[in-house]
Design a protein around this ligand. Structure first.
Ligand code: SF4
Length: 346
């Protein structure tokens, strides 16, 4: 794999945190955002990993809070002429690919994702070209250019089902970019998967030994893990799944205490789903921990109230997602396959 990209030496510079706002400043921003959304016929689509106040605002204004698959679906069906995507850039790109006639704005186009950054188009294309007998399946957390090179796009909520289906068709698979999710899916399905070696900087930091110690302190707690986490952490889980699946598991498991190994932004919707339960962040500390993310994606954190105001007020090159027509049409094919497959599963 190192012939394509040196993952070990890749350190992503983290963006600055949004400025601290007083209570009054926040209130002022919220009112302004509500007004601007109406004026611009815009609807806000927020990811589970954004800060709770952003998720609350999306809900209050008739938008949605969801995982990347549901965000794509919602934007596709909502009549608003502008989609305002609070998340990271690939989510805005996906919205634009699916809705070319709509204006897609974001609080900042600098909100990256380590999975997307760790899968550059040129190197990934070479990887695919070197393995021409394999069906290319890429995670939604990729650029439009990488999607355009793929046969299928997938999200974690339907990854096992899709790979199971392709395996039953006798397909050998290239999986990109997340190595942990790729290994998890391989283990679940037994499919022949060749994995790109990317990782999410948030989930990669959950620590096995510290989690075992935490379980010792709360023996009656269930452990919920997102499959972008290392296998040793997944092995400790009572439930493994995408963000939406973890929220459902939090509701359905009988445990009153839940230790959650995914971005802590999910606590907002999880606590809404089961207000009587006690939620704990899974540890990111422990031997070898850099704790650079501390269970919150630094790029998701860029979706602050001031940035949202700026995005709605200014639009333009700093906030509007544009995807060139030819690229969009190519990327649309595997994206539509994913949406059709997800619909059939439902
Ligand atoms: S949490 Fe991980 S996968 Fe999600 S946007 Fe941040 S870096 Fe990417």
């Amino acid at each position: 794999m190192n012939q394509y990209i040196d993952f070990n030496s890749t350190i992503y510079p983290f963006p600055p945190k949004p400025a601290f706002l007083s209570k009054d400043e926040k209130k002022h921003c919220r009112e302004k955002i509500k007004r601007l959304l109406k004026q611009q016929d815009a609807v806000m689509v927020a990811h589970y990993y954004t800060d709770p106040e952003i998720q609350a605002l999306a809900e209050e204004t008739g938008g949605c809070v969801a995982d990347s698959l549901e965000m794509a679906r919602f934007g596709n069906h909502h009549p608003a002429s502008t989609l305002f995507v609070a998340g990271v850039r690939f989510m805005g790109e996906t919205a634009k690919i699916l809705n070319p006639e709509k204006r897609v704005l974001m609080p900042t186009l600098e909100a990256e994702c380590s999975l997307d950054l760790g899968c550059p188009e040129r190197e990934f294309t070479k990887f695919c070209d070197d393995n021409p007998d394999r069906t290319v399946v890429v995670y939604a957390n990729t650029s439009a250019a990488v999607k355009a090179r793929a046969d299928w796009v997938v999200t974690s909520s339907i990854a096992v089902e899709l790979i199971d289906y392709l395996d039953s068709q006798g397909k050998k698979i290239i999986w990109a970019p997340d190595r942990h999710l790729g290994n998890y899916v391989r283990k679940q399905t037994g499919a022949d998967i060749l994995c790109w070696q990317g990782a999410c900087i948030v989930h990669d930091e959950f620590k096995t030994q510290a989690l075992i110690r935490m379980k010792g302190l709360h023996p009656d707690a269930a452990v919920l893990v997102h499959p972008e986490s290392p296998q040793a952490v997944i092995d400790l889980a009572d439930a493994v799944g995408s963000t939406s699946q973890l929220i459902k598991a939090a509701q359905s498991l009988p445990h009153q205490k839940l230790i959650v190994a995914t971005d802590k932004g999910i606590f907002y919707k999880m606590q809404q789903a089961c207000p009587e339960k006690q939620l704990f962040e899974a540890p990111t500390a422990g031997e070898g921990a850099s704790c650079r993310s501390c269970a919150h994606c630094p790029w998701m954190a860029m979706n602050g109230l001031q940035a949202i105001v700026q995005g709605l007020e200014r639009g333009g090159v700093q906030h509007e997602i544009l995807v060139e027509k030819e690229l969009r049409e190519k990327a649309l094919i595997p994206l539509n396959r994913m949406l059709d497959f997800a619909t059939q599963l439902k």
